[in-house]
Design a binder for this molecule. Structure first.
Ligand SMILES: *Cc1c(COP(=O)(O)O)cnc(C)c1O
Length: 403
């Protein structure tokens, strides 16, 4: 028999699902936020968040699509930030501002500083790192952004800690170059009135005033607090840069944000979902009336049923909690997922979606003809949010950039 070459990973198998990323939709979303950032008296930087493997879309695919059109790239993991510098070096591109929002150890910060990557100082443990950082003899001080906890109760200095706990920054200007200050909202997307966010903004400005007085920076600090929701509905929160995550990928943070945006902006910006998820059926066949489908025999066919077995399951990120509720699209029609979602399989009813037993292509997320399944819908069927659904899409899945 002829020697057959198999691909490297499970995503390379012939019978596996794949993700399609729309380059034009991504560019449309970048342009929509660019227009928003340019709408005020002073143009602001457009920052995008590529954490979580670019919200499950695939960092390797998304980075080349957004690099030219944005000003700042935000990550959680330091390793992901390195991929930006590698990409720029490989293609002879000018370096973009890169900031690691997540926790970074001092020894990691040294590596990042050599590559001109900014880090966040969010607590006073950095004071202990000063001797080590000084001994590293960096060519220039570490560029840091100070995180102020204005009410999320996550990382950052509380107002009570400012300015006492940031004194070490003022005391070691040879080690730290404080270039920015940031915070993060707790309650912008779950509400249509922004009282809590406005209180956070007041706290943010108090924190900035204390830091500015203490550090006397040569240039004004780069201030950033707005994620997608605030960038859309809270103009006061835009400052010098925004950190757009979910909406870069064409999704609204929440229905409340969408409603607020219509009120605040007058017109609703159009966001275009970037990701579709598809697969070819493994087999299509008839089951007689009375047949059971799937583990636990939770579904029984009341009529003869044409069934498609799809090679996708919870291993790939299709949530098991969506069992018995979800739909996929075949030939532009909604087809119910029958019985339980399995590790590597799910079964769907294609009785009315196709006319024979030839293989079909199923759309798990995205559009097919007049119908679409949104990430919000699938997340809802699984009692979660689209953020979680997307970031749990398997890293092994093949990701294909389309127009
Ligand atoms: C994830 C994250 C964002 C982006 O949030 P979206 O709602 O996806 O726009 C911004 N800032 C910080 C600190 C984050 O962790």
């Amino acid at each position: 028999m002829e020697q057959v070459q198999l691909g490297d990973g499970p995503g390379d198998a012939v019978h596996s699902s794949w993700l399609e990323l729309s380059a034009s939709h991504l560019q449309h979303n970048v342009a929509a936020f660019r227009a928003l950032e340019s709408s005020g008296p002073t143009p602001r930087a457009l920052g995008v968040v590529l954490k979580g493997n670019a919200y499950g879309h695939g960092l390797a695919q998304v980075l080349p699509l957004v690099h030219a059109g944005v000003d700042v790239l935000y990550f959680i993991a330091p390793q992901d930030a390195l991929t930006v510098r590698a990409y720029e070096a490989a293609h002879g591109l000018p370096p973009r501002q890169v900031l690691v929002l997540g926790a970074v150890a001092p020894e990691e910060a040294i590596v990042l500083a050599r590559l001109g990557i900014d880090v966040v100082v969010a607590d006073s443990s950095w004071a202990d790192a000063v001797p080590g950082l000084r001994a590293a003899k960096l060519p220039h001080p570490l560029r840091v952004h100070v995180h102020v906890d204005t009410g999320l109760g996550r990382e950052g200095f509380t107002l009570d800690q400012l300015p006492k706990q940031t004194r070490f920054l003022a005391d070691a200007p040879d080690v730290f170059d404080t270039v920015g200050v940031l915070s993060h909202f707790a309650n912008t997307e779950d509400v249509t009135e922004q009282a809590y966010a406005l209180a956070q903004l007041d706290a943010f400005e108090t924190g900035i005033a204390r830091l500015t007085e203490q550090l006397k920076p040569g240039k004004p600090l780069q201030r950033h607090i707005a994620a997608s929701a605030a960038a859309l509905v809270l103009p006061r929160a835009r400052y010098e840069s925004s950190r757009v995550g979910i909406s870069l990928y064409g999704l609204w943070p929440s229905p409340e944000t969408r409603l607020s945006a219509r009120l605040v902006l007058g017109t609703l910006p159009v966001l275009k979902p970037v990701l579709s998820w598809r697969c070819r059926s493994q087999v299509v066949k008839w089951l007689p009336a009375g047949s059971y489908v799937g583990y636990g025999c939770t579904y029984r066919c009341s009529e003869p049923t044409r069934l498609a077995v799809l090679p996708v399951g919870y291993y790939d990120g299709y949530p098991r909690l969506a069992s018995g509720k979800a739909h996929v699209l075949v030939n532009g029609r909604r087809c119910a997922v029958l019985g339980r979602v399995m590790m590597n399989h799910l079964m769907v009813d294609v009785t009315h979606a196709t006319s024979d037993e030839r293989p079909v292509t199923a759309t798990l997320l995205g559009r097919d003809g007049e119908e679409s399944v949104s990430a919000e819908s699938l997340a809802g069927w699984a009692q979660t949010i689209h953020y979680e659904l997307l970031t749990r899409l398997g890293a092994h899945l093949r990701r294909v950039v389309v127009d």
